[in-house]
Design a protein around this ligand. Sequence first.
Ligand SMILES: *[C@@H]1O[C@H](CO)[C@@H](O)[C@H](O)[C@H]1NC(C)=O
Ligand SMILES: *[C@@H]1O[C@H](CO)[C@@H](O)[C@H](O)[C@H]1NC(C)=O
Ligand SMILES: *[C@@H]1O[C@H](CO)[C@@H](O)[C@H](O)[C@H]1NC(C)=O
Ligand SMILES: *[C@@H]1O[C@H](CO)[C@@H](O)[C@H](O)[C@H]1NC(C)=O
Ligand SMILES: *[C@@H]1O[C@H](CO)[C@@H](O)[C@H](O)[C@H]1NC(C)=O
Ligand SMILES: *[C@@H]1O[C@H](CO)[C@@H](O)[C@H](O)[C@H]1NC(C)=O
Length: 300
Amino acid sequence: MQPIQLSFLVFLLLCTSNLRAQQGYSGNEELDCDNQGRTVPSPSYLYTCNGQNLSCRAFMIFKSQANYSSVSSISRLLSTDSLELARINDVSVSDSFPTNKEVIIPVNCSCPGQYYQANTSYVIDDVDTYYSLATGVYQGLSSCNALVGENPCDANDLFGGLDLLVPLRCACPSGNQTADGIKYLLTYPVSEGDSFSELSDRFNASYDDTASANGFSKQGEPTIYPSTTILIPLPQEPVSSQTIIHHPIEISPFQPLHPSIINNNIKRSHSKLRFGIGIAVASLLVLCALVAVALWCDKK
Ligand SMILES: *[C@@H]1O[C@H](CO)[C@@H](O)[C@H](O)[C@H]1NC(C)=O
Ligand SMILES: *[C@@H]1O[C@H](CO)[C@@H](O)[C@H](O)[C@H]1NC(C)=O
Ligand SMILES: *[C@@H]1O[C@H](CO)[C@@H](O)[C@H](O)[C@H]1NC(C)=O
Ligand SMILES: *[C@@H]1O[C@H](CO)[C@@H](O)[C@H](O)[C@H]1NC(C)=O
Ligand SMILES: *[C@@H]1O[C@H](CO)[C@@H](O)[C@H](O)[C@H]1NC(C)=O
Ligand SMILES: *[C@@H]1O[C@H](CO)[C@@H](O)[C@H](O)[C@H]1NC(C)=O
């Protein structure tokens, strides 16, 4: 093989490594509502049906809110069984959670078409839009595109009292994940200040498994956005001791090492890293080209 062909192959491999991902991360796209994903699969809609089974038990994290803080109200909002929810969160069915506490939601995830989903329904207020429902009430656990795709009502024609079908993001493990001992996938809605490696640690998942579950490379901390979701692969059911209460991030003059500032520094050092890798790949390509030219000249 000619060096130039080899370098092209290396380049191609670098570019296509995401194809082996279990699911793709939607990134900021999830926040758009541009009618993507109805025909061509897109992670900004829901997760694709590419698992070993077409249905499975799955889990989600929901952060308790003013209007959704009791076991019964959260169970109703997400159409899950309240006894199961109470058991897995180690509380009783009549209990309530403090605001912003992560609550584990067990769901039955299934695949009616090309996407995995757990269905629930929601009766809208006057002020709700598909977007505010997906990212506000449902914290990113549904998506604007999927709400538009699965409800007959046009986004401009929503009215108070309308009963909507809300498809929630879930997924079943792929054959490779099952072979690695992964039994469940947890859909985690990202909050301000969350870091990918801290999350894999907290749920006792290996960093590499979590990265590959979301289509990220195993090197470097990926950038994740609030109101989008990532999948955390679990070898057993999640337990309540793994959940935390999120405290709103406040700017205080007495806290010079603010989490978002730390995150920014991490992001910056990663963009430096990417820049460095870019330079290395470019140099490699130039070097290969030079070698090829040298060999070609030699032959003449
Ligand atoms: C499963 O793993 C094998 C071996 O590592 C790899 O070749 C294959 O592409 C993987 N399949 C999927 C769907 O990730
Ligand atoms: C898939 O289904 C089989 C048979 O019902 C079951 O034994 C297996 O655990 C399931 N795999 C996953 C990943 O749920
Ligand atoms: C809670 O519900 C009440 C009545 O439905 C509504 O007026 C209020 O805006 C809701 N609060 C939040 C934070 O969503
Ligand atoms: C899932 O389905 C099973 C069997 O239909 C049911 O017993 C269980 O309560 C369901 N779980 C949830 C979380 O809805
Ligand atoms: C969820 O809703 C979709 C779309 O209406 C439907 O095709 C599917 O059967 C529903 N899934 C379940 C488990 O009811
Ligand atoms: C975390 O995983 C390790 C092995 O992978 C296991 O020994 C340990 O018990 C797990 N911890 C929790 C809290 O599940």
